[in-house]
Design a protein around this ligand. Structure first.
Ligand SMILES: Cc1ncc(COP(=O)(O)O)c(C=O)c1O
Length: 422
């Protein structure tokens, strides 16, 4: 069967919850998605049957070992890592970044340069600002064009030089929705010998992530943004990870990935993360016949994940088109992001908008009263809202559909926004 949101909506129990008879419309997805039943079941199973620490001689410990191995393999498939040893689990993207930045910083010296962007979420900005303060590094800022909402890569070229040690950039903006050309950015960074740290938190739910094709050194993401539980994941290139000093306690193993996975991990979170990958694979296997037929040479779970991403992206583009056209038809609204129909391949469906007079928080509050869940404010994209000049006016309203949303929900959102703005 071809993809259609009705094929998957029944997999998500939260989508049928009502409040006083009113259905919930989840458009808060860039902040966290709902989970399919398979994720809930695997987490419950882990807590019930495999609830022990790792490496023991008894049944529950062996089952916990299997859960953890399976999660590393699932994420290696999801990201096309060359080995599951390159997958490191942690509490969330922010905590992982603060932690690994300490090891990465050990390779820098005073006066070295790092490049941060004015588009990124603060989790890929401030850990590096703190590191720069500690080590006396020079920060160079990559701006984005306020009209196109994209980076001008010639500006990157002007920042890169032989002192550049690290370039930190996001796969997609959590505010404007712009998809960045991270493969090209990594290529240019590599040319001057700089490492790259990619925040894929907002791209991973929407586009194929292939760490080998991107050519980055590190890539971080959060399972709760791609239909899994609250769980962070870091991929690091093996030779780079092996060259770093892990900050760990003495009895913890010295080998990858365990030397970077500090303390006892959330095994149930890992079980749920593997289930989220299997959920994508299920979509690919059952709903992407055309893509599978055209790629008969590929194999395994990775093939199905890629197939899923391909068909989901096409579907989500139709939601972007509908949402953007509807919002733009309302007087006083400015879209803070790419709008052209011919440019929808360069954005995820996350749409931020402002209004000439209404405060974003007021719009979000009135939408919530109608059962429509959206975020407002800076959404932690502090540099981006500052660049756009909207920090002091309350940021933006952020509407973030994913593949389980449908055209009917977007219409309700549009009608409600029209009604609120009157
Ligand atoms: C682009 C981006 N990066 C990083 C984060 C932080 O992720 P976590 O909550 O896993 O620390 C978020 C969260 O919204 C995000 O959108």
């Amino acid at each position: 069967m071809p993809f259609n949101p009705e094929n998957v909506r029944s997999q998500f129990p939260a989508l049928s919850i009502t409040d006083n008879g009113k259905p919930r419309i989840y458009l808060d997805n860039p902040a966290g998605t709902q989970v399919p039943q398979i994720v809930i079941d695997r987490m419950v199973d882990c807590l019930l049957n495999a609830n022990a620490n790792l490496g023991g001689h008894f049944k529950t410990s062996k089952l916990a070992d299997a859960v953890v191995d399976d999660a590393h393999r699932a994420m290696a498939d999801f990201l096309n890592a060359s080995s599951s040893d390159e997958i490191i689990f942690g509490q969330n993207m922010t905590t992982i970044t603060l932690h690994v930045s300490r090891s990465i910083g050990k390779t820098f010296s005073s006066g070295d340069e790092i490049i941060l962007t004015q588009m990124d979420h603060d989790a890929n900005v401030h850990p590096w600002v703190l590191l720069a303060r500690d080590l006396d590094l020079k920060i160079r800022w990559l701006p984005f064009d306020r009209d196109t909402f994209e980076f001008d890569l010639s500006a990157l070229d002007e920042l890169l030089n032989e002192r550049t040690k690290l370039v930190c950039v996001g796969g997609a903006s959590n505010l404007t929705g712009t998809i960045n050309d991270i493969t090209e950015i990594c290529r240019r960074a590599r040319a001057v010998g700089a490492m790259t740290y990619i925040d894929a938190v907002q791209s991973a739910p929407h586009v194929v992530t292939d760490v080998q094709a991107i050519g980055c050194d590190f890539l971080v993401l959060s399972a709760y943004k791609f239909f899994g539980p609250h769980q962070g994941i870091l991929w690091g290139r093996r030779e780079v990870l092996e060259s770093l000093q892990p900050y760990k306690v003495r009895p913890a193993p010295d080998e990858l990935p365990w030397c970077f996975e500090t303390g006892t991990q959330s095994h149930e979170g890992m079980a749920g993360t593997a289930a989220a990958v299997d959920y994508f694979a299920w979509i690919g296997e059952t709903m992407a016949e055309d893509w599978l037929a055209a790629h008969a040479n590929l194999n395994g779970r990775r093939k199905y994940v890629r197939a899923a991403m391909d068909c989901l992206f096409d579907y989500e583009r139709s939601l972007s088109e509908q949402l953007l056209a509807g919002l733009q038809s309302l007087p006083g609204i400015t879209i803070q992001g790419i709008t052209g129909n011919d440019a929808l391949d360069r954005r995820v469906p996350t749409v931020a908008f402002t209004h000439a007079s209404a405060r974003p928080a007021n719009i979000a509050k009135q939408l919530a009263e109608r059962g429509i869940f959206v975020w407002s404010g800076h959404n932690y994209a502090l540099e981006a809202v500052k660049s756009l000049g909207i920090l002091d006016t309350g940021g933006a309203v952020r509407v973030g559909p994913v593949h389980y949303n449908n055209a009917n929900e977007i219409n309700k959102l549009l009608d409600s926004v029209a009604d609120i703005l009157g």
